[in-house]
Design a protein around this ligand. Structure first.
Ligand code: C2O
Ligand code: CU
Length: 455
């Protein structure tokens, strides 16, 4: 075909020139596009990923608390997409959920994200359309919001922990997204774990250095059990929100998909590692090359400055709503609903739907809750299945409620173990339509999604 001006514009439209040609805004661009990265060990070829600005993880976006984040998402992927800013108590129109807060951004099109970040801490951003495929291909990055008065550390390290499923033959990303087995069991578990896209990353530190580690689990479905070797310190924030007081790390702690944990640790060993501890043995996530140092051990760090979170007063008196986590191959699912159509478990399975929240599948239904702005409520997540689920609320953080009624840390994603019930309390203070879903992305794809409305 002769290269006419129109064809030229057409082909450019899919790459980098869309905003200029469209005369669109001059926001900094975040381009979702294919790229290549050496993920697998040496000897394997590099891997075609989908990434923001063509890299996986995408660029670390770093701003001051209260600042504005402006990015023009340009879609140079073969699929429609949208960006969700996970954990940000954001203006609803910027939440990035197709069909709920915006239209999906078609290939060649763009969307302007423009919002302020009320809270300091470690957050992340990721694709929220066909998430089980798009996040697995690499569409995620960290969003760091700096405290005005940040703790004094020698290294501040954002660490995106990922779990890739690659073909052994050529290290390409395995297809078969949303296959029946992944959808109906634990989700897509991979065969290569990376930190910041590296299979065997290392960082140079000196003995006695103080590090801030910002761990984010960006995997589709893998739950990490994190351990430390040669490092001693404290958990200082979960899902972005400060812990008061800070909590010494002894042994390991769990990092479920989408969760973040901020640690302040001192390098106390001659060698140091971040570990993933799994039943049947663990492995190193990353190494610290430790140079000799003479620094004396410092004391317990102060808690991070508090974020402007709402006050949960008298949680015990707040209305309690039950959300039953249902389905899976093992327990079966009766009377699921897809939209307004009653269907049985077999009909749903034929559509690739294996999970339900209160018997409802996907989001084509009325909100789970209609809340008035400012209202305090409780939700009991009752896990009736034999798999763990990481329940995530958009636009709001919540606090878990312990058996004795005391309130736990602020979170945006809580892991609910098989047969467990977890109660949370929150204040519905952010108007809009918000998703509430399982962050095991195959479970979400297979029906475990709901939403609530705050007006
Ligand atoms: Cu990070 Cu709706 O999710
Ligand atoms: Cu789940």
């Amino acid at each position: 075909m002769p290269l006419t001006r129109r064809a030229l514009l057409g082909s450019l439209a899919a790459t980098t020139l869309v905003p200029a040609l469209a005369g669109a805004t001059s926001l900094p661009r975040l381009q979702a596009r294919p790229g290549r990265r050496q993920l697998a060990p040496e000897g394997y070829p590099d891997t075609e990923i989908w990434g923001y600005d063509g890299i996986a993880p995408g660029p670390v976006i770093r701003v001051a608390q209260g600042a504005r984040v402006q990015r023009q998402l340009v879609n140079a992927l073969p699929q429609a997409t949208a960006v969700h800013w996970h954990g940000i108590r954001i203006d609803n129109a910027m939440d990035g959920v197709p069909h709920l807060t915006q239209a999906a951004v078609e290939p060649g099109a763009s969307f302007d994200y423009d919002f302020t970040v009320p809270d300091a801490g470690s957050y992340w951003y990721h694709a929220h359309n066909h998430s089980s495929e798009q996040v697995a291909r690499g569409l995620h990055g960290l969003l760091i919001v700096d405290e005005a008065d940040a703790p004094d550390v020698d290294h501040d390290l954002p660490l995106a922990i990922d779990d890739w499923r690659l073909e052994r033959a050529d290290a390409s990303i395995s297809g078969g997204f949303d296959n029946m087995h992944d959808l109906s069991h634990e989700g897509r578990l991979g065969n290569l774990v990376t930190v910041n896209g590296s299979f065997d990353p290392s960082v140079k530190v000196a003995r006695g250095d103080r590090l801030r580690l910002r761990l984010a689990n960006v995997a589709n479905a893998r739950i990490f059990e994190i351990g430390l070797n040669g490092l001693e310190g404290w958990l200082v924030a979960l899902d972005g929100m400060p812990l008061e007081p800070v909590v010494p790390v002894s042994g390991s702690f769990t990092l479920a998909p989408a969760q973040r944990a901020d640690l302040i640790v001192d390098v106390t060993g001659e060698a140091a590692d971040l570990l993933s501890i799994e039943p049947g043995g663990g492995y190193g996530l990353m190494r610290f090359e430790v140079a000799p140092g003479t620094r004396a051990r410092r004391g317990t760090p102060a808690a991070l400055p508090p974020n402007p979170l709402p006050v949960i007063a008298n949680a015990a008196a707040a209305p309690l709503h039950t959300m039953r986590l249902m389905g899976g191959m093992m327990s079966g699912m009766a009377g699921g609903r897809l939209g307004s159509t009653e269907m049985n478990a077999r009909e749903l399975a034929q559509l690739g739907k294996f999970w339900a929240l209160n018997g409802q599948v996907d989001m084509g239904h009325d909100p789970f809750l209609d809340l008035s702005r400012g209202e305090t409520l409780r939700i009991a997540f009752v896990n009736e299945t034999v798999f763990p689920h990481g329940m995530h609320t958009h636009g709001h953080h919540f606090r878990t409620i312990a058996a004795d009624g005391s309130l736990g840390p602020w979170r945006d994603t809580v892991l609910v173990q098989p047969r467990e019930t977890v109660q949370i309390a929150m204040v519905a203070d952010n108007p809009g339509k918000w998703m509430l879903h399982c962050h095991m992305l195959e479970h979400a794809a297979a029906g475990m999604m709901s939403w609530f409305r705050v007006t």
